[in-house]
Write a protein that binds this ligand. Sequence first.
Ligand code: SAM
Length: 248
Amino acid sequence: PGTLYIVATPIGNLADITQRAIEVLTQVDIIACEDTRHTGKLLSAFSIKNKTLSMHDHNERQRQDQMASMLQEGKSIALVSDAGTPLISDPGFHLVRHCRSLGLSVSPVPGACAAISALSVAGLPTDRFSFEGFLPSKSGARQTTLSALKHEERTMVFYDAPRRAIDTLKDIVETLGSARYVVIARELTKTFETIHSDTAENFVSWLEQDANQLKGEMVLIIEGHKNDASEIPPQVIKTLTLLLAEMK
Ligand code: SAM
């Protein structure tokens, strides 16, 4: 059987394509992509002439049987998304699960991913982090999502739209507190790349002063919850104080 290659593509700067991505996209029998026109532009930028097949959220389940048969016939397939690493807030999960369950070979061709790129420059702890995908676009649902993460200690990574950034930051102030530290990585690898960090409260006024910050694409990173002494329950403090007194 052939191999299904999961191929990462650039998130804004075409020079971030990898040598192996070019090789694989050139050599496979077919390229499955979210949007054939979008991927067509990428392919022509690298003079890659190959067939494309659309596979998006709405036809992924139908396509998976078709693609599995092609792989079983010995054909190789590359899956790409519009930008970055497929399956990361992008289609492909059902296809990969299906192919793996049939024992077909699935192989990664790694490269750009907006979440990991943002994390690598945020200056927040990276030893453990939680990727939370897209924040809901409506404030009520967004506040529910954020509230549920109030005590999450790991660094949290979200995808969100810059045009909603002010509303999102206000929701962070509301649910996680004004002092929570936030980093926004916007337009990564592109001309207007901006990485800004501040407390949630200061962030709101910074965004309100510069409409340009509400354009393009962004990754939102929120510092994890810090356990401070004031949050230790009084009963625990009392017990510890007694213990300490015993030790003297
Ligand atoms: N699979 C992609 C990846 O590996 O990053 C993510 C796809 S998701 C549909 C698109 C979201 O990724 C955008 O809404 C934005 O939050 C983020 N994103 C993509 N490119 C970006 C960039 N150049 N700078 C900042 N965020 C970006």
